[in-house]
Write a protein that binds this ligand. Structure first.
Ligand code: DP6
Length: 404
């Protein structure tokens, strides 16, 4: 009896033009287009193994080794049934194909970053789920077609089906058939864009994206202005900036759009706050860093962006990352030595950090150790990867391998 199994990894993406608001909550159709950068799976990824077998009694899913309920009619069930439907089409067109669509599946998924880090895992997680089932079923489907399915798992997941620079086009069709992800440029077009993720310490449970954005749609007048008059133009400007590798424009629009997303959150009734004092201090540091450069006749050197939580993601050209890490460490002493995957600092490490010449130290105060609990240096990356069976997360018995 052959084993029908596939293992895939998928990347995290961080939006520069934010998705915030649905016009259809069941199909997950957005109120505006969005655009993101896919991050490198060498550093952050979700890995998923899917297997179909006639002996399996029902569809089952394990996340980081723990079994999750696949709720009937829920997002997970929708993705699985859509992929089975596409498999059925393959079987109907070729009678020689094994009838995998009739078998139940076991799915095991693992994030290589702790959920406790406060990093959203739904985008990479749903992208890996969809890509692994598509590989198992040998679907002749493009990444854009798969993005239609991942979108119904979590909106932002549709953008993780591509590497590089990715737009999610809002579309107009009521059935969602044109609300999909497209590649604006591959990673190779502009590989020198790096990212520093500042993981901010946070005990409180924030408002989830799903419920927060719905409340914004229902109550924020500013969101209506954003959708109609701001996002369409920004999508054009930032897409052109990416094609021209124009970091200055990319950075300006990215920061403006992060700010406006947090403004519509504040404009929601009751208001939603995702950033905290540490987040705002990182904005002040990046603003001052850019001011020093522009005052000397230069251009913007870094861009901050924030999602539905206090963590900062700082985008910058590779050559600026050393200065940026030193600036952040200067204000936010680290609980553990900075993991330096690109070897910026050599064996001496980053030390206590330092400021660039002309930097006004008074824009921020130093925070206690651990206020920023981790710094992750990564860069623009590729799309989902098919992995060898050696990396499978299911054992020969079809159960998740132990995580030891
Ligand atoms: C702030 O994709 O998590 O990160 O579609 O309800 O699952 P659902 O929401 P989700 O929202 C992401 C919001 C964001 C901005 C973005 O990624 O574009």
């Amino acid at each position: 009896m052959p084993v029908y199994q596939a293992t895939v990894s998928a990347p995290v993406n961080i939006a520069c033009i934010k998705y915030w608001g649905k016009r259809d909550t069941k199909l997950i159709l957005p109120t505006n287009s969005s655009l993101s950068v896919t991050l490198d799976q060498d550093h952050l990824r979700s890995t998923t193994t899917s297997r179909a077998d006639p002996s399996f009694e029902k569809d089952r899913l394990w996340l980081n080794g723990k079994e999750e309920v696949i709720a009937h009619g829920g997002r997970m069930a929708t993705c699985i049934s859509e992929l089975k439907r596409l498999r059925r089409e393959v079987e109907e067109n070729n009678a020689a194909e094994p009838k995998l669509s009739a078998f139940a599946v076991h799915i095991s998924s693992l994030n290589n970053f702790p959920t406790a880090a406060g990093l959203a895992s739904s985008a990479s997680g749903f992208a890996a789920l969809v890509a692994s089932l598509a590989a198992l079923y040998q679907l002749p489907a493009s990444p854009s077609t798969l993005s239609l399915i991942a979108r119904q798992g979590s909106g932002s997941a549709c953008r993780s089906l591509f590497g590089g620079y990715v737009a999610w086009q809002e579309g107009t069709a009521p059935d969602g058939s044109d609300s999909l992800a497209v590649e604006v440029a591959p990673r190779e077009h502009w590989p020198s864009l790096h990212a520093l993720i500042c993981v901010v310490s946070d005990d409180k449970k924030g408002t989830s994206s799903t419920s927060g954005m719905q409340r914004t749609v229902e109550t924020s007048p500013l969101l209506q202005h954003r959708i109609k008059h701001v996002v369409p133009e920004r999508m054009r400007i930032i897409s052109d900036a990416i094609r021209a590798r124009d970091f200055d424009t990319f950075a300006r629009v990215t920061m403006q759009d992060s700010n406006q997303f947090h403004a519509v959150a504040l404009d929601t009734d009751p208001p939603i706050f995702y950033m905290n004092d540490v987040s705002r201090t990182i904005i002040a540091i990046i603003t001052e860093y850019n001011r020093v450069s522009v005052a000397a006749g230069g251009k913007l050197k870094a861009a901050y962006t924030y999602d539905a939580g206090p963590n900062a993601v700082i985008y910058a050209p590779e050559e600026n990352l050393k200065e940026i890490v030193e600036l952040i460490v200067n204000y936010f002493p680290q609980p553990a030595p900075f993991k330096d995957p690109f070897g910026l600092f050599g064996s001496a490490g980053v030390g206590e950090g330092k400021l660039v010449e002309g930097f006004n130290a008074a824009v921020a105060k130093k925070f206690p150790v651990g206020s920023v609990k981790n710094l992750i240096h990564t860069r623009v990356g590729d799309g989902p990867r098919k992995l060898d069976d050696a990396e499978a997360l299911l054992g020969p018995d079809g159960q998740p391998k132990s995580l030891a």
